[in-house]
Design a protein around this ligand. Structure first.
Ligand code: ADP
Ligand code: GN1
Ligand code: MG
Length: 353
């Protein structure tokens, strides 16, 4: 599963460690190396179908780390361990590997189980965004170009409708229609994306709760992890993905859609946590689109899953044939539940600003 040569490239001896698959992400392959005296490391194989130029990830991390070391030296920002020859990654059998120090006494949760966890996680993402606010973005590149460009995601969805096999298109007909009815969400993005009052910031772009390390005893936030998509983007990406993934009691995997709901106390907790950190850096246009953030991310994820279903499941790994279709439907149910509560949730946002 992990070749010993990869481990030794980072100066460790594979025989000294128990190596286990770790984490629940869709994209990279993550392993935990556990040695004696609680010596632990995270080893990851980067998915080069998704990250076409892994060198960009390494460069973005280095730029952010240098800025933070200079301006906020006490902030815990996870950077990879170099190979024995000083490289940020090890290239082996056409694949890129990197090693990360395991943060002691940390854990992560796959689902927000208490509003406090939602608050802590959101505060960690907010803190990183605040500390990186003002960094020169010119030197950063997109590790996945157009990752959260809803305009292009919408075009890809339309293209998938055109090219899908008849059988899949017929099966998904109603859901396709439903997604097309919400195209105003994509139109709003189209006008926002070039608005100077809605500028780019350095965003994480994958703010699921399991990308935050919490203290394993107190569940207080320690830092964020999974920094592959740290790149210039919009505030709605990070905030919206938290709404998408912390607020419902069930995840995008749930097929019993009646269990999907909006937990207002979690919504409030994450808004409070995030805005307590970044609130003072927001422009009026950004403040005006905080509710939109949830719509944007839920809708985009819904059409990404449906596009993949129509394309024959080329991106997201599936466990059964309609998996991506069900994930998409789940997201559309979540979107409708969010929209039903707009006035109440907007009042929550107003009270946090
Ligand atoms: P992916 O989601 O792509 O599989 P992550 O980088 O998120 O990869 O790692 C998977 C899990 O490993 C995280 O959810 C977290 O629980 C744990 N993890 C990642 N990095 C660290 C770290 N530096 N220290 C401790 N645990 C970590
Ligand atoms: C992917 O790797 P993971 O599971 O954290 C995807 C995210 C989606 C998410 C949906 C690079 O993230 O954008 O929100 O699946 N990451 C990439 O579960 O496409
Ligand atoms: Mg992750």
């Amino acid at each position: 599963m992990v070749n010993a040569e990869i481990v030794s490239a980072f100066g460790l001896n594979a025989a000294d460690y128990e190596i286990k698959k770790f984490g629940s992400g869709h994209i990279n392959n993550t392993f935990l190396l556990s040695g004696q005296q609680d010596q632990k490391y995270i080893l990851q194989r980067i998915n080069t179908y998704v990250f076409k130029e892994p060198g960009i990830i390494a460069r973005n991390l280095r730029l952010a780390a240098d800025f933070l070391a200079k301006h906020h030296p006490d902030y815990l920002f996870i950077t990879p361990i170099p190979t024995v020859t000083g490289e940020e990654m090890f290239f082996f059998n056409e694949e890129y590997w990197r090693m990360i120090p395991f943060i002691p006494n940390s854990t992560s949760v796959d689902q927000a189980d208490t509003p406090k966890q939602a608050y802590e996680a959101a505060r960690e993402f907010g803190k990183m965004a605040r500390l990186l606010h003002g960094i020169d973005l010119h030197e950063f590149k997109a590790s996945i170009p157009n990752f959260h460009n809803l305009t292009l995601r919408y075009s890809a969805f339309q293209e998938a409708i055109r090219t899908a096999k008849e059988e899949r298109k017929n099966f998904a007909e109603e859901l396709i229609e439903q997604c097309l009815r919400y195209s105003d969400i994509a139109i709003t993005f189209e006008s926002l994306k070039t608005d100077p009052e809605f500028g780019d910031r350095l965003m994480h772009h994958d703010t699921k709760i399991n990308n935050v390390l919490l203290n394993k005893d107190t569940f207080e936030g320690i830092c964020v992890c999974d920094l592959d998509t740290l790149m210039p983007g919009k505030i709605i990406s990070d905030l919206g993905d938290m709404v998408r993934t912390y607020v419902s009691p069930v995840s995008e995997e749930e097929r019993d859609f009646s269990q999907i709901s909006i937990r207002e106390d979690y919504y409030e907790a994450l808004m409070k946590g995030y805005l307590s950190e970044v609130g003072s850096t927001l422009s009026q246009t950004e403040k005006d689109h905080l509710f939109y953030a949830g719509k944007f991310m839920i809708y985009m994820q819904g059409i990404r899953f449906l596009t993949d279903y129509l394309n024959g499941d080329v991106y997201y790994p599936i466990k059964y044939p309609e998996h991506n279709y069900n994930r998409a439907k789940n997201q559309l149910v979540l979107l409708e539940k969010l929209l039903e509560k707009e006035p109440k949730l907007q009042a929550v946002i107003d009270s946090c600003l």
